[in-house]
Design a protein around this ligand. Structure first.
Ligand SMILES: Nc1ncnc2c1ncn2[C@@H]1O[C@H](COP(=O)(O)OP(=O)(O)OP(=O)(O)O)[C@@H](O)[C@H]1O
Ligand SMILES: [Mg+2]
Length: 496
């Protein structure tokens, strides 16, 4: 019998999710586990790579068990992952020398300022399409090499490897046989030249990173290795379909043509516009990245990055403990007719587009004596919609393309209040999908193309099913009042 199923992994900021997908794009099973977030200092964020690897094995095994698909019928393991988060490990012991430093972590803020003073930002931007900001990986690696005793000497001797989470997991799952990454993940490190499509010697020198630590760069439809771990059923499953989570969602949303835009809502958000095979020069704020590399051919995106969207509500839930479930939060929000002038600017780890202010910190603005917990919940949810509007507006301005609809995905898109408010703020249509796990679906489609489960992008287009569509209902005066209030609140926390 034809091997007709893909095992998919989404290793995200908040957890690890596995699922089994069939040839018709149906999700047969799901399994997920959260991992611990470490905040050792204000603005610092870390993950334990071993915990992530152990969780990954568990969810993969469980998703296979629930689906009842035999290991032999599985065609490939596809991997999508949180981007920019990076770690360094010892290739002899197989152990990380320090926790993974998460994309949200601001510890290299000062390092970035120093590099800017040295005048290298323009060169970095030209080569990488990115900004010199702690969000991206390179300065995090430099921090590890500078702060872990003996690390730099070991790295120079070729004993240490670096990798984003995809690299780490593939290296572990293949028992150290494959040290690889894909174009999309490479394009978030500040070490990859998006024009030559290679690691860049000059950038490696700027960030003081030895070349021998780097993984080999692959296309998302390359077969990069075979699983070799007894803890999964003892099979040699080909690994393919490696792609960063936001790019995975772009592929999963079938945004295959220039001008198509999607927004992924999660811990933070990434708004992407497909721009085809040519790089577009942009001013400040937006970044240019690889959309995907398929059989060595690369296409590009413009991206607006928002650091904290879904996580704002999670903060209200976990840290303020104002509600227990998202359903409860919805009931609280629906009990209010308006925000009554209360805004939350969730700059817990600084602000991304359009300000890129890594020292800004969060605030709640506009509270009066009558403010209740409901207002805080609503302010947290609204903050997501305002930030996405900021990003979409900027994208329209820089690209000269007016968006008519926004395709959306990710956990928070289940929130109907948020989606309606989003359509009202953008003043155009917002379309969600029936499949919430679009990042995974992108990697599944790419792996499926690699193993012949689907023959072409056209065949994948047939699998698309739109979810709910939201059209704006808010009048202009009300919309302007809400949005002006947001902009005034943001100006209160900016440091630049
Ligand atoms: N139903 C929901 N309503 C509102 N917010 C939600 C909902 N589900 C998840 N979230 C928020 O979205 C974030 C998680 O996003 P998602 O469910 O897409 O998982 P994820 O892929 O693990 O996220 P990420 O990739 O950003 O780590 C959390 O911050 C959570 O607070
Ligand atoms: Mg995600």
């Amino acid at each position: 019998m034809e091997k007709g199923y893909i095992l998919a992994l989404d290793q995200s900021t908040s957890g690890s999710k596995a699922m089994v997908v069939d040839k018709n794009g149906n999700i047969l099973s799901k399994s997920s586990m959260e991992h611990k977030q470490y905040y050792p200092n204000p603005g610092w964020v870390e993950h334990d790579p071993m915990e992530i690897y152990e969780n990954v094995k568990k969810v993969l095994k469980e998703a296979m068990l629930i689906s009842k698909v035999k290991a032999d019928d599985m065609a490939a393991l596809a991997i999508t992952n949180q981007r920019e988060t990076i770690l360094v490990w010892d290739k002899n012991t197989g152990l990380p020398i320090y926790n993974a430093i998460v994309w949200q972590c601001r510890r290299t803020s000062e390092m970035c300022s120093q590099l800017k003073k040295q005048g290298v930002e323009e060169k970095v931007r030209q080569k990488t399409g990115l900004l010199l900001d702690p969000y991206f990986s390179a300065t995090k690696v430099k921090w590890i090499l500078d702060h872990v005793e003996g690390a730099r000497a070991k790295a120079e001797k070729g004993q240490l490897l670096l990798g984003t989470i995809d690299s780490w997991l593939v290296w572990k799952l293949t028992h150290g046989k494959a040290h690889v990454t894909d174009y999309t993940n490479a394009s978030r490190t500040l070490l990859f030249n998006i024009r030559t499509l290679q690691w860049d010697s000059e950038l490696l020198e700027i960030f003081g990173i030895p070349r021998c630590m780097l993984p080999e760069i692959k296309s998302s439809n390359d077969m990069v290795g075979y699983t070799d771990t007894e803890e999964l059923p003892d099979i040699e499953l080909p690994i393919s379909g490696i792609i960063g989570d936001s790019q995975g969602a772009l592929f999963g949303q079938n945004c295959f043509n220039p001008g198509m835009v999607k927004a992924t809502y999660g811990t933070g958000s990434s708004i992407m516009m497909h721009i085809g095979e040519q790089i577009k020069e942009t001013g400040s704020g937006l970044v240019t990245s690889v959309a995907w590399g398929i059989s060595g051919r690369v296409e590009y995106v413009l991206e607006g990055i928002v650091h904290c969207t879904g996580d704002a509500l999670k903060w209200v839930k976990d840290n303020l403990m104002l509600f227990n479930s998202f359903e409860e939060a919805r009931a609280m929000v629906n009990s209010l007719d308006s925000n009554e002038g209360v805004y939350m600017v969730p700059a817990f780890v600084g602000l991304g587009i359009p300000h890129w202010d890594s020292d800004a910190r969060a605030a709640v603005v506009g509270m009066s004596r009558g403010t209740r917990k409901e207002h805080l919940v609503r302010a947290a949810i609204e903050s997501t919609a305002y930030q996405i509007k900021d990003a979409v507006d900027k994208m329209e301005l820089e690209s000269g393309i007016k968006t008519k609809e926004l395709r959306v995905d990710g956990g928070p898109t289940k929130d109907e209040f948020l989606m309606q408010f989003q359509a009202d703020m953008l003043n155009h249509k917002v379309v969600s999908t029936e499949i919430a796990e679009l990042s995974s679906m992108g990697s599944v489609y790419l792996a499926g193309l690699a193993v012949g489960l689907w023959k072409s992008k056209e065949e994948i287009l047939q699998l698309r099913s739109e979810g709910q569509s939201y059209t704006p209902v808010m009048d202009k005066t009300t919309r302007d009042r809400y949005y002006e209030g947001w902009k005034a609140s943001v100006s209160r926390v900016l440091t630049i």
